[in-house]
Design a protein around this ligand. Structure first.
Ligand SMILES: Cc1cc2nc3c(=O)[nH]c(=O)nc-3n(C[C@H](O)[C@H](O)[C@H](O)COP(=O)(O)O)c2cc1C
Length: 297
């Protein structure tokens, strides 16, 4: 399907965007107004956009009634904001704090959360959060006057707090301990549990060969996936013919050659299946040595 924002309503567009631009991190923003009333609300139009200076951006939208959200009003009024990070153990309280309570109502109280005094800014941080960032508002950029228009709050981090409980032995945030949560479309959320997250090595610094340089009989495989080709293309050079021939003397390959002596196509399919197993186990070199066995026939 194709979507033309001019042909559909703003709420429909909102739904499509949020359904696929996901999962999004959630800023749990704590602010105060000029009278010192504390406010807390979640915002998933949020991310880090600079580390030097350390700059976070979140975007309270203009609601249908056109009245600015309390977070935006307070950020403009006092130039201070604390951005707390949401993990699974606090999702229900985070969701509750999104309720549109009247201005002046403290959502820390409504959601049963602990106010911890910040070091440099007046808004408190959420004691239950795994991380909090005390920020000065650098600037606010309005993206329009219609309902749904974003208002970017550019928040410069002046002090960060990270719970020791989520650090690894080197003092770095451990994704396996953080139990982070992301916002998806509709009522959906994502939870970064150990079985849901995975590692992907960074592309080769020495420039991988690229998918276009993978021999055609491999590139056009009906078995290998785009992910498989992406990993294969990350090597700087293909194995030498001697290496391929030496690998061809291993029991597994010799047995396959015997089994499919008069069935070249089946042999190739099996090579691709075996290569895929090697790729799934991060053994890229063995995958290449396997795939290139057809060149020894
Ligand atoms: C997980 C989550 C993410 C949200 N993200 C946004 C957002 O990015 N922008 C926005 O305008 N409202 C967002 N909302 C809705 C606000 O939290 C809600 O309007 C809240 O009442 C605003 O509170 P405030 O007026 O105290 O700032 C989100 C709600 C939830 C539960």
């Amino acid at each position: 399907m194709t979507i033309d924002p001019k042909e559909i309503s703003a709420p429909e567009m909102h739904g499509y965007l949020l359904g696929v631009i996901a999962p999004r991190p959630i800023a749990w923003a704590s602010t105060i107004d000029k009278d010192g009333n504390v406010n807390l609300a979640p915002y998933s139009f949020f991310n880090v956009f600079s580390s030097n200076p350390p700059m976070l951006i979140l975007s309270p939208a203009l609601p249908r009634d056109g009245q600015k959200k309390h977070t935006l009003l307070n950020a403009e009024e006092t130039d201070e904001i604390v951005i707390n990070i949401v993990s699974y153990p606090v999702v229900e309280q985070m969701s509750l704090s999104s309720t549109a309570y009247p201005k002046g109502v403290n959502e820390f109280v409504k959601a049963g959360l602990t106010e911890v005094k910040s070091d440099f800014v007046k808004p408190p941080r959420v004691g239950e959060s795994i991380a909090s960032f005390e920020c000065k508002v650098d600037r606010v950029i309005s993206l329009g006057q219609e309902p749904g228009a974003g208002n970017l709050i550019l928040a410069e981090v002046i002090l960060g707090h990270i719970s020791d409980e989520i650090l690894d032995e080197n003092g770095k945030p451990d994704p396996l301990k953080a139990d982070l949560v992301g916002r998806m479309g509709g009522d959906w959320y994502a939870r970064a549990t150990p079985d849901a997250i995975f590692k992907l090595p960074k592309p080769n610094r020495n420039l991988g060969i690229g998918v276009d340089q993978i021999p055609e009989f491999i590139r056009n495989s009906t078995i290998l996936t785009g992910n498989n080709l992406g990993r294969l293309a990350n090597v700087t050079a293909l194995p030498t013919q001697e290496e391929v021939e030496a690998f061809g003397q291993t029991d597994e390959i010799l047995e396959m050659k015997m089994r499919f002596v008069n069935h070249r196509e089946s042999f190739e399919d099996h090579l691709h299946e075996l290569a895929q197993i090697f790729l799934n186990g991060d053994e890229v070199e063995k995958a290449w040595l396997t795939l290139l066995q057809v060149t020894t026939l």
